[in-house]
Design a protein around this ligand. Structure first.
Ligand code: NAD
Ligand code: 2YH
Length: 259
């Protein structure tokens, strides 16, 4: 399981603003607009308690502070508890939190304690990045390439299938590729026999996963994967519309999904 580092989260507000402007250019909507349309909900400044968690590898510098910035950026009333763990949870509820955000090394959850709805970061991240990709205004066909069919990639691929896209998928893990073919009906993508795409969704923990042969001029690459799936050189060569941000887009997807 890849963990975020404090470096990934430097100046999250600027990273969010930049991501928002690419999302607007790609889809015609900002990130909030995509969430609203995807989940049919809107925030009305809900109180969100952010609870630092010390278990496993412990607290990640910038993590809770970044969640605070993200909640404010998207119009929620976020606050970070002074205490971590169980005491922090108690403090959040005592201070009127309606939604709790907390993460250990394996699970990052949002729990709306008023209506009981709960969200997991991985599927929510896959779904929103796939949704953004699916809304590309200049797409030249309904063909989409999905690279990585794990905990984030599979739900994203499912979202694209459900929206009627012709989904080509690849994962070097043959079991995961087979699962996506049989459960979702995706078309296995053979890197040795590539074709070009105007929409690509990537969710892997590896760099340079996008071969040059699949890139079309001005294609959209929507990717939560860390590190980035494409080199700066290829991005510039093909004028790729890159949607990539380390925490905020996935988090706001979780929040809208529990309203
Ligand atoms: P995972 O391990 O469940 O899945 C990753 C998959 O990528 C694996 O199945 C692996 O076989 C596959 N893969 C590896 N190399 C590949 C390649 N060259 N081509 C195609 N597939 C390849 O991981 P996950 O939980 O799905 O997370 C994926 C990435 O998304 C990680 O980098 C994680 O840190 C990141 N992530 C980012 C956010 C965010 O908000 N930006 C949120 C959640 C996860
Ligand atoms: O980054 C993570 C894990 N990869 C799980 C998220 C799933 N994408 N967890 C963050 C841990 C945060 C830490 N416990 C803290 O600072 O509270």
């Amino acid at each position: 399981m890849a963990l975020l580092t404090p470096n990934d989260l430097i100046n999250i507000n600027k990273q969010l603003q930049e991501a928002d402007s690419v999302v607007k250019r790609v889809t015609g909507l900002d990130i909030k607009g995509v969430c609203q349309s995807l989940y049919g909900t809107s925030p009305s400044s809900k109180k969100v308690g952010i609870v630092p968690v010390t278990s496993g590898n412990g607290i990640i510098g910038n993590f809770s502070a970044s969640l605070h910035v993200i909640t404010q950026y998207f119009g929620f009333d976020g606050f970070v508890t002074d205490m971590p763990d169980v005491s922090g949870y108690y403090e959040a509820v005592q201070n009127g939190a309606e939604i709790i955000l907390m993460a250990d090394d394996h699970t990052f959850l949002a729990h709306n304690i008023k209506n009981g709805k709960m969200a997991n970061n991985q599927p929510c991240t896959g779904i929103i990045y796939a949704e953004i990709a699916s809304r590309y205004l200049k797409a030249d066909s309904k063909d989409v390439l999905v690279m990585g069919l794990g905990k984030v990639g599979f739900p994203g691929a499912a979202q694209l299938v459900q929206k009627g896209f012709r989904v080509y998928g690849y994962d070097p893990d043959a079991r995961l590729l087979k699962r996506a073919v049989s459960n979702l009906g995706i078309i296995p993508f053979d890197p040795a026999n590539p074709k070009k795409f105007s929409i690509i969704f990537e969710a892997t923990p590896c760099a340079n996963t996008i071969p040059e042969a699949v890139l079309s001029e001005n294609c959209v690459l929507s990717t939560p994967g860390i590190p980035c799936a494409i080199s700066e050189e290829l991005k510039n060569k093909y004028d790729v519309q890159l949607v990539a941000e380390p925490l905020g887009i996935g988090t706001v997807s979780m929040l809208y999904s529990v309203l």
